[in-house]
Design a protein around this ligand. Sequence first.
Ligand code: KG4
Ligand code: ZN
Length: 347
Amino acid sequence: MSGNVRLLGIETSCDETAAAVVDDGHVVLSSEVASSSRLHVRFGGVVPEIACREHLRTLVPVVQTALETAAASSESLHGIAVTNRPGLVGALLIGTSVAKALAWAWRKPLVAVNHIEAHVYAAHMAFADLVHPYVALVVSGGHTSIYFVRDVFTHELLGATVDDAAGEAFDKVAKYLGLLGEHVHGGPAIEQLARRGDPDAIRFPRSLSGEGFDFSFSGLKTAVLYHCHGQDAGPTDAPPRLGERVLADVAASFQEAVVDVLTEKLVRAARETSVGRMVVGGGVAANGRLREKLTRRASEENLEVYFPSPGFCTDNAVMVAGLAYHHLKAGRTASLEMETHAQVERV
Ligand code: KG4
Ligand code: ZN
């Protein structure tokens, strides 16, 4: 392939409908994201049927806008990249069906991308000098896992959450504290409130902190619920009537517990695998306190740490088109019979 290698990326694994045009795996020509987040708020979590309805409604216009913004004709594309695993299976099917139709109609190669590997790749978009191997923490609403990443295609799982993902804990705690507002993703609201609170005010549990590389966040989530509502509380109770100051202390102390566990496990993974580099990806990687603490610990331990730009931490199609460039270059394309998978197996 000579000249720029241009990919259209499509991402529909959860509640974001996204499309992007990226050249050579790192030059972003356009990035469009339409979120159905606000439609799920009154249900307290993402409702797959609603997410699918919105993907159906918005995906084609989102793709059109991404192509127009990039001034990219269909002829200029070298391939169509799409997330085919893991995620809500109905939502993935909508993205893969549109990607297959475009690949067939425009006679372009199709590239299947693993959503978690795309989150890891997002840091490469910001740092051209990032080299393998490294340890990577993917911390999002659906996943909290640490990988040993040998090369752009090889992600060896070191540990994962045994219950809730860290982002899910942020979302549930935001719901308990009555912070959800317009969006079902409560991480940014907790982070904002936590800035006014004391992270040492309440010592919430740091589960599995000393052991292996697995995580557990459901005990922490319940500890916050009981702290705010009392021991008889249920997850659907109305938000507690706590003062602004107390709420801020709860948010800051909860965030600190999550950040401490994520930071210590990732630093230990780097030490135990003897790699000097750490990468973080996924929605929670946008969290300022996590970025600050990991950066500090990395410099104390003489390690490097790489984060994606804040805008490319949460779901987007740039990371999909970016990673797909390497698959395409290596001839790793998919057939039109390619399947979608809700889960990826634990290795
Ligand atoms: O990567 P993502 O968009 O979707 C999944 O693949 O799951 O991650 C969404 C998650 C949500 O749980 C959201 O609350 C969390 O990332 N998140 C944050 C922040 N921004 C997004 N959590 C903590 N602090 C943030 N600033
Ligand atoms: Zn994601």
